[in-house]
Design a protein around this ligand. Sequence first.
Ligand code: SAM
Length: 274
Amino acid sequence: ERRRTMEQSRALPTEVDLSRPSAARVYDYFLGGAHNFEIDRQLAQQIAAMTPNLADTMRAGRAFLRRAVAELTRLGVDQYLDIGSGIPTVGNVHEVAQGINPKARIVYVDIDPVAVAHSRSILEDNPLTAVIQADVRDPAHILSEARETGLLDFTKPIGVLLAGIVHFVPDSDDPDRLMAALRDAVPPGSYLVISHSTYEDQPQEMLDAQKLSARTATEITLRSKAQVSAYFGDWELLEPGVVHMPLWRPDSPDDVDDQPERFGAFGGVARKPA
Ligand code: SAM
């Protein structure tokens, strides 16, 4: 099934916009998935021709998310709200968390119909997971739908995951407001995982490649380390703080790169104080 391309798949959701590339499907292409269309592959190839760094960024982003979820699960977190979860690929949050704690529950949220349809199909037999199609810019809606799944206990610590998504929220949609709403909704002891693209320390070709996201329905807003850090509010950052993604608790020397800034995104994890 993984080998079939989307064009050959009959399970195509009806509201898929084929006139524009989608961020989720371009990301899927870069990660080696089959859930993308010609229009997505064209954009991905154009990006890859401008800079090799952006494809590496997506892989490093995935690796950061895996390390963060493994770490939180080892710390005892057994429920996750993964917003902007994307098209399932290798090392999904439920695989990482349930690999450590088989009772871990995960609610996936994405705005993209292909991501949602494919997530639902692979999670059919996993009763400890649910998938919601929703927009991160409407946190109240996400929270009420997440409560409705019955999978998450909002009186116990929750791992809220926002990996590679907040940069899709433009300043005009007030990301500070929606981050505050998500922080307020979960109890002390909860964790927030964020990775976010940046313009800091980036070569011009990387900035130009990021600009191509304007062709999708979701243009990227690059932000500073200070702005990304502010999304954690007064929560306590785990060591080593907000850093270039490969530097966040690497598993092996292979995770680290001699130029960690070339991945173009910061990552961090913080805990809500009592
Ligand atoms: N979190 C995954 C990871 O780190 O591997 C996937 C990240 S992918 C770069 C970003 C995802 O955010 C895409 O699947 C896209 O559809 C989703 N997204 C973008 N804007 C969104 C929004 N306003 N609400 C919900 N999801 C959104």
